[in-house]
Ligand binder design. Sequence first.
Ligand code: NAI
Length: 269
Amino acid sequence: MGTYAVTGSASGIGAAGAAALTAAGHTVIGVDLRDADVIADLGTADGRATAVEGVLAACGGVLDGVAAVAGVGPNAPDAAAVVSIDYFGPVALLDGLRPALERSGAGRAVVIGSNSATTVPLIDDRLVELALAGDEDAAREHARAAQSAMPREVLDMAPSIAAYASSKFALARWVRRTAVAPEWARRGVLLNAIAPGAVLTPLMLGSTGATDRPDADEFPTPMPLGVFGRPEDIAFWIHQFLKPEARYTTGAVLYVDGGTDAAIRPDAQ
Ligand code: NAI
């Protein structure tokens, strides 16, 4: 049985991912702002260092897998915080834990992105560039300035939608670039991303103002399957990506979104 770290383990998709791993007999080290083995704020450099140290102490320096799930959504009020939590959080955590994954001999990492990266037409190229360059201060400043220039109707709908979609876009690109770097690929540490669509969690319900039983056919994006995802639907794939047997997939971005991305971009591959 293995040892796995899961961020965002206190709620929603992260909690379901941790439950799937625990049910399979593994040891799970949960990381979150509350109700977790390691309490840390992944939105700050200090918090990320605390998270890495805490996980390394709990696993004894050898880790079989990491699921970087923690995040906030497009309705978070501060675009700068969205960039810090949703992009710089998982990147720093995975960079910090990569050596422990290498020591396992079959290290696996999976990151939760979003289909917003390909379905929301508000990708901010400059923000993506600053994030991928690792310049958090400049990325935060840019995100705030871009947010304040957004039309009122967009801000009323989801104040950080552009920062959110752009952070998840940058994260998917970081996964694809990093997965094939020799220090990951040639050392047997596989890195993939999942791009969920609308999943019934506190984050999603909070961003739409919906009840806990919203109607998929009234959702603003196409929902070909006619239903919302459940946290368990994403946890299933988290578990698959983290298995040692998943040994020939790296740099993939898997849409687990009920067909939304395919409906919006049928000819993209
Ligand atoms: P959730 O709100 O149920 O869970 C998110 C968890 O992340 C919470 O336990 C929260 O405390 C933790 N978290 C937030 N900020 C943190 C910080 N600064 N440091 C440490 N932990 C922090 O939300 P959900 O839906 O389970 O979200 C999980 C991931 O899935 C997020 O990255 C989100 O962007 C992504 N996602 C969710 C979708 C949805 O429809 N629910 C769709 C696409 C992506």
